[in-house]
Design a protein around this ligand. Structure first.
Ligand code: AG3
Length: 284
């Protein structure tokens, strides 16, 4: 019997391969191709347009860091906006906090349907939580037009190729800034800087122009090949990297959060920037 392998096509010089032990779904939506398969080591894998988005094995690392770092940096987050994140993993983490409402704007309804059908171990009951407001539309357009304000905006996007590319433009970040409450935080995923340094550099430039605290933090997601992944964390009043261990710990206990990757110490350490990345970001 010959093994069937999936090869990620994100980078031209270096590819990740995963054995496809069991094909769950393969298809094409209006916006992108979707592949879902099982791998004995990684669990269930979601691939969009040839790029690994999440796996049941390591999704907790990415989704916990995306959600809990900004949420625990805020004293009382009420209104949260997620752009993208159709698999529901980020949504599920956000809903662990006592937030009033989570608005999620996803372009591709089919990804949400497929997540509910095949990725229940990632999204749980998140899509039917009464605090969830799911809207199927273009996130960039929504932010350009809305008058609503959010304590936290999370951009859980694909890489800046294909339908997600607009979610990395300075205009888009400007609209995010406009739609934040005064102490609100914008969180973004900015790729793996060892390979995708240009991406991080462009976002850092936009953040510096728009925000008082243009911060970045880092985490290691095994299936996002190539080293640490950069997450942006921009705000005008909240320096998410400077919240005390005592405050983070008290909030985590107060909100009754038992987590697998996040801890207050991991939170603080995640804001340490290696010099080669500091050079990319261009922050002193
Ligand atoms: N969104 C981020 C995928 C980034 C993959 N990029 C990479 N390997 N450089 C994932 C969506 C999960 N909710």
């Amino acid at each position: 019997m010959t093994d069937t392998w999936f090869h990620e096509t994100l980078h031209t010089e270096w590819q990740a391969g995963m054995r496809m032990d069991h094909l769950i779904y393969r298809g094409q939506t209006e916006f992108q191709s979707v592949l879902i398969f099982d791998n004995a080591l990684l669990g269930r894998v979601l691939v969009l347009d040839g790029v690994v988005q999440t796996t049941t094995g390591d999704e907790f690392i990415y989704h916990e860091m995306l959600a809990h770092v900004p949420l625990l940096a805020l004293e009382n987050p009420g209104e949260v906006l997620i752009i993208g994140g159709g698999d529901g993993g980020c949504l599920e983490e956000v809903l662990k906090h006592p937030v009033d409402r989570v608005t999620m704007i996803e372009l591709d309804s089919e990804v949400v349907d497929l997540a509910q059908e095949y990725l229940g171990m990632i999204c749980g009951q998140a899509f039917i939580d009464p605090r969830t407001e799911l809207r199927i539309e273009d996130g960039a357009k929504f932010l350009a037009e809305t008058n609503r304000r959010f304590d936290l905006i999370i951009i859980d996007s694909t890489d800046p190729v294909g339908p997600g590319a607009v979610l990395f433009s300075p205009e888009f970040y400007g609209n995010c800034s406009r739609c934040l409450t005064p102490s609100g935080i914008l969180v973004t995923q900015n790729g793996v800087p060892f390979i995708q340094g240009d991406e991080l550099e462009a976002t850092a430039q936009a953040f510096k122009d728009l925000f008082q605290y243009p911060r970045f933090y880092f985490t290691h997601v095994p299936t996002y090949m190539g080293g640490a992944m950069a997450l942006g964390c921009a705000s005008n009043r909240t320096d998410a990297g400077a919240v005390s261990l005592a405050d983070l710990t008290a909030r985590q206990i107060g909100r009754d959060l038992t987590l697998q990757y996040y801890s207050p110490a991991v939170h603080q350490a995640a804001f340490a920037v290696p010099p080669y990345v500091r050079a990319i970001i261009g922050l002193g």
